[in-house]
Design a protein around this ligand. Structure first.
Ligand SMILES: [Zn+2]
Ligand SMILES: [Zn+2]
Length: 242
């Protein structure tokens, strides 16, 4: 499979990640990635930048080492109403926003509450991707999530880092299988994100690709194959906000 973009990475600005934007971009260039999503943790995560940092990204260059950058956030969903930790005014200036559930920011709720949190976050027109909806610590109703993603034009993420043997997320392989089978049934596209916190992991996708192969997941539903197609998808999603 052609792999032109990685939609989910972190730099030093996320506090617990280890490389700069330039270092991440240089590795992306070496690995043939044309479009790199740099999605720093939102301000409610421990030890990260404040909203001011995200506001300043509008001044940052979008082409580094020949790689086009999408600069944005991995937002924390804060409650079952889908509230996130950056204002709408800030979000609309960012290129790419992922919304995720993280243990320091929201305690796992019931299946219904976790599902509700994702569904409400998808109603936010500046949320482009739901991050790692595979974490069994937050059980969800995948049927509801996949159908809502289709209705809203939000992408569901296949998170490489969740599939690693050392991942702290629970039951990701089984949960991803369930989600991906529903994506095939309802023809819902996905994006693979490495969730790299260091340059060595930029563009990593081997576990994700193995899972997609096992499920005979159609390539046409994976948006990492074409940077242009991904950007077109983003534009369509954002156009709903205007
Ligand atoms: Zn995350
Ligand atoms: Zn992340």
């Amino acid at each position: 499979m052609n792999f032109e973009l990685d939609t989910h990475t972190h730099t030093l600005a996320s506090g617990h990640a280890r490389n700069t934007i330039r270092e991440m971009a240089a590795t992306a260039a070496e690995r043939g990635i044309r479009l790199l999503g740099i999605t720093e943790h939102g301000p409610k995560s421990p030890g990260v930048c404040k909203e001011y940092y995200f506001n300043s990204l509008k001044m940052a260059g979008r082409n580094v080492c020949g790689v086009e950058l999408l600069l944005g956030a991995e937002l924390n969903i804060l409650d079952a109403s889908g509230r996130v930790d950056l204002s709408e005014q800030t979000l609309r200036e960012l290129d790419l926003n992922i919304a995720s559930l993280h243990t320091p920011c929201i305690a796992p709720g019931s299946r219904q509450e976790n599902t509700q949190a994702y569904l409400c976050a998808m109603q936010n027109p500046y949320v482009d991707i739901i991050g790692h909806p595979d974490d069994g610590r937050y059980p969800v109703d995948y049927e509801a999530i996949v159908q809502a993603a289709k209705d809203c034009g939000v992408l569901l993420e296949l998170n490489e880092s969740s599939l690693r043997p050392d991942s702290s997320r629970k039951d990701a392989w089984d949960n991803d299988k369930e989600m991906l089978k529903l994506c095939i049934r309802y023809q819902v596209p996905i994006a693979i994100g490495s969730d790299a916190h260091c340059r060595d992991d930029v563009g990593n996708n081997s576990y994700a690709l193995a899972l997609l192969r096992e499920l005979r997941f159609p390539e046409t539903l994976v948006l990492n194959g074409s940077a242009e197609r991904f950007k077109e998808h983003l534009r369509a999603r954002r156009s709903r906000a205007e």
